[in-house]
Write a protein that binds this ligand. Structure first.
Ligand code: SAM
Length: 261
């Protein structure tokens, strides 16, 4: 474990990897190969970036905090296959990444982890494999089963767009500074997006926007469609109009999206 050369910024989720053993797990779950083009979001001090650069063809390293540049440059000295991009990853133009990345491998900042996953699913169709470190609670949400407490809009969307390829719990001890919660590495592989994906997404987000309400009430409240229409669609599927969003499986949402709005 090393001493940090910077004062970490809590608001940016700066918890830097301090245990090289985790890199081997990432290598395995991300199935790293020489010809890979990898997008890394949140490069921090470059521990993962340098490791990726030593294993793959090209790394796009995106980091919002420009004050880390000298440290990143030092960590990456001699690595010609890294393109450093100092920018908010959420405003990144995918077309600026040419050649396009095929994998996302990152220790994600906790506050934007979910939007980054959903954005890259939507806007970066060349990404076939994700291997991300996220808080354990987020990791559990991604592949949660219907009816469980962790099951929500992100579970439905990720499960419709991808299949789980790997999971590895990670102790908070491997980061500096030490976060208050444990983490996990999650890997998943893209599958073809279902038809009418933007409508499916809008339906799922509206369905979970008022978790304690029945599905028809939640959809109406979110301005997606009126409750009678939603109740009729559920009846067509042989389902009760009083069920809640968390009782529908990802496949149920696809069926419902064919009938609504
Ligand atoms: N990859 C490094 C490691 O594993 O040691 C750092 C990971 S740290 C959990 C997350 C990093 O994401 C921080 O360096 C933080 O500055 C950066 N970050 C936070 N929000 C970001 C954003 N919106 N776009 C790009 N980078 C961001």
């Amino acid at each position: 474990m090393t001493r940090l050369p910077v004062a970490p910024k809590h608001a940016l989720g700066q918890h830097f990897l301090a245990d090289p053993n985790i890199l081997r797990v990432i290598e395995r779950l991300a199935e790293l190969e020489r010809e890979d083009i990898v997008l890394e979001i949140g490069s921090g001090l470059g521990a993962l970036t340098a490791f990726l650069a030593s294993r793959v063809g090209l790394v796009y390293a995106v980091e919002i905090d420009r004050s880390l540049e000298p440290h990143l440059q030092a960590a990456l000295a001699g690595q010609a296959n890294v393109r450093l991009i100092f920018q908010d990853a959420l405003s990144l133009d995918p077309s600026s990444l040419d050649p396009a990345p095929g994998k996302l491998v990152s220790n994600l900042p906790y506050n934007v982890a979910v939007p980054i996953l959903l954005e890259t699913i939507d806007r970066m169709p060349t990404i076939e494999l994700w291997c991300v470190m996220v808080q354990r609670e987020i990791a559990d949400r991604l592949f949660a089963r219907p009816g469980s407490k962790a099951y929500g809009a992100v579970s439905v969307l990720v499960q419709l767009a991808a299949e789980r390829a790997g999971f590895h719990p990670v102790s908070r001890e491997v980061f500096r500074p030490r976060p208050r919660v444990d983490s996990a590495l999650v890997a998943f592989r893209r599958r073809p997006l279902p038809p009418r994906w933007p409508q499916v997404k809008a339906l799922v987000e509206a369905a979970f926007s008022h978790r304690r309400k029945t599905l028809p009430n939640s959809l109406q409240q979110a301005g997606f469609c009126d409750r009678e229409r939603a109740a009729r669609a559920l009846a067509t599927l042989g389902r009760s109009p009083s069920l809640r969003a968390e009782e529908l499986s990802p496949h149920d949402f696809l069926e419902l999206a064919r009938l609504l709005p």
